[in-house]
Each structure stands twice: as structure tokens, then as C-alpha cells.
Design a protein around this ligand. Structure first.
Ligand code: FMN
Length: 261
């Protein structure tokens, strides 16, 4: 089981906040250079929850329970920047799963104002915070809210609804299936699962079926990260390009992973 298999949205956290060692591990991860598929650099920041209930730094309208911090960065309101954000923050999320920390993406259920006030970084030119990643120790036993949400949400569409060969037929290759299964289980806002993939020989094209909200571009980045992570586990490396030759479909084309080894 890799971190993709172990990951799930954690909405019920322990009442014990992250200890100093864990926070320093998180800061260490955030210190690494973060460069997205577009070549953009992003600097993520950790916000520790203020333990006083009356002056909460991270307001999540009751969606999360217990004590948790958040990881955020400023980004321009631009689709490729959002994809980078999804890709880079999911990379961090998977690293946190590896060290036993629960996470939950929040794209809507948080107060931007409370986050902005808590942030330390220069706010002069970057534009927005599209989503946050809540982080904390998972509480054993799930909350009623979590059970309700996961009952309807921790499900995925069928493999063959998402992934196709260059000839638009079903994927047969076992290693491709294993890699794409990692994409299938990627988290997405409201579990909409908007990403579609066409694997055409050495080129793997990524599309969105729906771009009605900018959250979908985050979902795209998250899915791309899952793809790259699983591909690496299979010894497959490559790079992300925007490919003029990508197969035309009714979906919105965004990126291609060109396999290099
Ligand atoms: C970009 C993004 C935004 C999300 N926003 C929220 C949110 O506002 N509130 C929430 O409870 N879950 C949110 N989620 C978590 C999804 O609901 C969750 O990933 C999905 O239901 C699948 O469940 P799983 O993560 O446990 O596999 C978000 C996920 C992503 C990727």
C-alpha cells in the first residue's frame, strides 16, 4: 500500500494539536523547493491553529472537528497556477500521509478572511488562496458528519469511465491500470472526479470534463500528481508539456505527460 492507497479525507482530528517534532517535519517538507508543471515556484506556509476557540485562525464552519493546522500559499487567479497549486499541495499531502498525518482539502468550507489574517507572507502582489489543506492527527472512530460525507463521497466512478487508449478503447495494459488506479482515487472537490485521461503510447493526455468552477483546475493538478507518483513507483519518468497534437475530444485539454524512460 502506498500513500495514495492510504490517503483519505480526514475531518475528525484529535483534540491534541500537532507536537513540535511533527511541526518541524512539516516545515522541513515546506522548505523544499516547490516547482509546478508550468515551472512556477510556490511557497507554502503552515498556519498553526490558535487554540483559543474565540480567536480561531482557521475557520471551517464546523466541517472539521478537533485541532488542526493548515497549509496554504498565495497564487494568481489563473488556470495553470491553480493546476500547479493542486499538484504541489497534493505532493505535500501524500508526504504527510507517509509520516502519519491526516489531511483534508478544503476548497469552499473555510473563511478566506481568517486565513489571510493569519498568513505571514507578503500579500502585495499575489492574488488569492484557492483552497487550504487541513492537517492534524486523525481521531480514531469517525464523526457522524464524516460518516455521512464519506458514505456518499468515498466512492469513485468506474475505471473505464475515466481512462482510454489513443484509439479511445479500454485500457488493457496492467501497469497502466495500476498507475491510473492511483488517479482514480485522487481527491476532488465534492468528489466530482472531473479528470479524464487518454494514454496514447508515450504520451498521456489529461482533460477536464467540466470547467464550471476554478476548483476543477485544482482537481486536475491533484490528479496529475497522483499519476506522476504512481508512474515513478513503476520506474516511469517524464515531463509535463502542453501538446498541440493532443487527441481532440469534447473535453478541455490541459496537459500531456511525455514518458521519457
Ligand atoms: C480541491 C478540493 C476541494 C475540496 N473541498 C472540500 C471542502 O470544502 N469540504 C470538504 O469537506 N471536503 C472537501 N474536499 C474533499 C473531497 O470532498 C474528497 O476528496 C472527496 O469527497 C473524496 O473523498 P476522499 O478524499 O476521502 O477520497 C475537497 C477536495 C479537493 C481536491
Amino acid at each position: 500500500m502506498d500513500s495514495i492507497d492510504r490517503r483519505k479525507s480526514v475531518r475528525n482530528y484529535k483534540s491534541r494539536f500537532l507536537d513540535a517534532d511533527t511541526i518541524s517535519e512539516i516545515l522541513h517538507i515546506l522548505d523544499e523547493e516547490q516547482v509546478g508543471p508550468s515551472g512556477r515556484r510556490m511557497k507554502f506556509e503552515f498556519i498553526a491553529e490558535n487554540l483559543d476557540q474565540n480567536t480561531r485562525k482557521i475557520v471551517t464552519y464546523g466541517f472539521l472537528r478537533g485541532r488542526y493546522g493548515a497549509i496554504v500559499a498565495w497564487v494568481n487567479e489563473e488556470k495553470y497556477a491553480y493546476i500547479d497549486y493542486g499538484y504541489l499541495l497534493e505532493k505535500i499531502a501524500l508526504r504527510l500521509v507517509d509520516i502519519g498525518i491526516g489531511t483534508c482539502w478544503l476548497g469552499g468550507s473555510f473563511s478566506k478572511q481568517s486565513i489571510i489574517e493569519a498568513m505571514e507572507m507578503d500579500k502585495s502582489f499575489e492574488k488569492t488562496i484557492p483552497a487550504i489543506l487541513a492537517v492534524g492527527y486523525e481521531e480514531e472512530g469517525r464523526s457522524v458528519r464524516d460518516l455521512i460525507i464519506s458514505k456518499t463521497k468515498r466512492k469513485r466512478k468506474d475505471f473505464n469511465d475515466f481512462f482510454f487508449t489513443g484509439a479511445l478503447t479500454e485500457i488493457e495494459e496492467e501497469f497502466q491500470k495500476e498507475i491510473l488506479e492511483g488517479v482514480r482515487w485522487a481527491p476532488s472537490a465534492m468528489n466530482r472526479q472531473p479528470v479524464r485521461v487518454i494514454w496514447d503510447e508515450h504520451r498521456v493526455h489529461f482533460y477536464l470534463v467540466d470547467v464550471s468552477t476554478s476548483l476543477r483546475y485544482l482537481d486536475m493538478g491533484v490528479a496529475m500528481r497522483h499519476f506522476e507518483e504512481r508512474a515513478l513507483e513503476h520506474g516511469i519518468k517524464g515531463k509535463w508539456v502542453v501538446d498541440e497534437q493532443a487527441t481532440l475530444t469534447n473535453w478541455v485539454y490541459l496537459y500531456t505527460f511525455v514518458v521519457e524512460s
